[in-house]
Design a protein around this ligand. Structure first.
Ligand code: AMP
Length: 282
């Protein structure tokens, strides 16, 4: 496994692989790797000759300074984990290597996708995400790039960015990987206290009940029911719950035929923000 921290070294290596007609799969991450990340990498390994994983805590996508400061960094452990899934190349640049002195985002339009859900609560987040992903695509030049459905809005936004900028990369969405108790794996989970970690599976349990209710109840009834459930959970604070159409991510008020829906949720366990989502069936 090769580890590069400069663009120049990584690009040299990529160009050699390209010259040999090898396909490149890319998995961007912020490190503190867990089985969710590894599942993306394993999928990429099956479909590409070479897999590149980036580990970079991108400052421009954080709207909360404390969250950025406290973002877990476990590089040595990450490297060991990456070897277990036969990752080929790891890219671990510094902030200066990527942004030089200018740590700012480009401004994008994602045809309204950016104004829904996370966009309402995390100012500038998706401009930061798109800036770093576009930059990495230019450096890594992947044939395919893999993103988790855990961050479903991010996945849709990346697909939109690729389409609008006609970037030559295929975006693949991968299923949400969960702990045994149902909690969606996240690098932030290790920051939770024992008590918070114990109640956190309530989020997915509620989503599963929502999925059942979606067959018989209307959207307003479900929204009210979810709010009531979280009022009974002192350790979890509901930030938003929304049933939205998959394509536009617009909040649904009624169920329309021919449309696909998903339920999206963001919850605070103390200062730790957790998100999750589930596909719904009418
Ligand atoms: P992050 O390091 O949190 O920025 O995540 C890097 C990539 O891994 C993103 O595409 C995430 O959507 C994906 N990811 C994170 N957690 C999970 C999970 N539990 N299951 C599947 N993919 C995930």
């Amino acid at each position: 496994m090769h580890i590069f921290s400069t663009k120049k070294d990584l690009i040299n290596c990529i160009l050699t692989h390209k010259a040999n007609n090898r396909s490149i799969g890319f998995v961007p991450t912020m490190g503190a790797l867990h089985k969710g990340h590894l599942s993306l990498i394993s999928t990429a390994k099956k479909k590409n000759d070479i897999v590149v994983v980036s580990i970079f805590v991108n400052p421009t996508q954080f709207d909360n300074v404390e969250d950025l400061k406290k973002y877990p960094k476990t590089l040595e452990k990450d490297i060991k984990l990456l070897k277990t899934v036969s990752c080929d190349i790891v890219f671990t640049p510094s902030v200066e290597e990527i942004y030089a002195e200018n740590i700012v985002s480009e401004t994008f339009s994602f045809d309204g996708l950016e104004n829904q859900m996370e966009g309402k609560f995390r100012d500038g987040h998706f401009n930061g995400v798109a800036t770093i992903v576009k930059t990495f695509f230019e450096i890594v030049q992947p044939n395919k790039a893999y993103f988790g459905q855990k961050d479903f809005q991010q996945l849709q936004i990346i697909k939109k960015m690729v389409k609008k900028n006609r970037l030559p990369v295929k975006i693949k969405g991968c299923p949400i990987y969960r702990d045994e108790d149902g909690l969606a794996m996240s690098s932030r989970n290790i920051r939770m206290s024992k008590e918070q970690r114990e109640v956190a599976p309530f989020i997915y349990k509620t989503l599963k009940k929502v999925k059942k209710k979606f067959g018989t109840k209307n959207v307003t009834e479900i929204n009210e029911w979810v709010k009531d459930q979280f009022k009974k959970q002192p350790l979890l604070e509901l930030e938003y719950f929304t049933i939205a159409e998959e394509k536009t991510l617009e909040t649904a008020e009624i169920k329309e035929s021919g449309k696909k829906y998903r339920a999206f949720i963001a919850v605070f366990a103390g200062k730790i923000r957790l998100i999750d989502n589930i596909r719904l069936k009418k």
